[in-house]
Design a protein around this ligand. Structure first.
Ligand code: NAG
Ligand code: CU
Length: 164
């Protein structure tokens, strides 16, 4: 029995789980330049699409820079928040947990005001271009609501793990 069902379960797992695993992206801000001065972060961001579930990595030498999450007004005028709100590790990973505009600045010296060390992005809703369950060998998933679909996914994975 298990041997008959396995290929189907494999197919379901492949279609349902693999796109989920590849959905979250870790964006290294500035790529190999990292988080630094005199870099155009709007250029860096302009052709990228950010989704809920992705994350930003601000990489820099600790002590040389820091990261503040601010609002639009503070971003525009480079208003530096209290020091205790800074991220300072040199490898600050910020999960993008909600859709909308986000603003980040460096609070060291005049890095934001004079040296362009500021980044603003727009985060889109999580459900990244939904991996269409079209080729799945099941007619069950397509008509169901999201939560039922997720429960089904979890059940499928659980069954697969037991059987395989
Ligand atoms: C992270 O930043 C440090 C300090 O600038 C640099 O030496 C290192 O190469 C960076 N890592 C990556 C993967 O870019
Ligand atoms: Cu800086």
């Amino acid at each position: 029995m298990a041997s008959m069902k396995s290929p189907v379960i494999f197919a379901i797992v492949a279609v349902v789980v693999l796109p989920t695993l590849t959905m979250a992206t870790e964006f290294w801000v500035g790529d190999t330049s990292g988080w630094t001065v005199n870099f155009n972060y709007q250029d860096w961001a302009k052709d990228k699409v950010f989704h809920v579930g992705d994350s930003l990595v601000f990489n820099y030498t600790m002590g040389f820079h820091n990261v503040f999450k601010v609002d639009g007004a503070a971003f525009k005028d480079c208003v530096i928040p209290p020091a205790n709100e800074a991220l300072t590790s040199g490898h600050d990973v910020i999960p993008l947990q909600a859709p909308g505009k986000k603003w980040y600045i460096c609070g060291v010296g005049d890095h934001c005001a004079k040296k362009g060390q500021k980044l603003t992005i727009t985060v889109n809703d999580g459900a990244a271009p939904a991996p269409a369950p079209a080729p799945a060998p099941t007619d069950a998933a397509s008509g169901l609501g999201t939560s039922v679909y997720h429960v089904l996914m979890a059940a499928v994975v659980a069954v697969a793990l037991v059987l395989l």
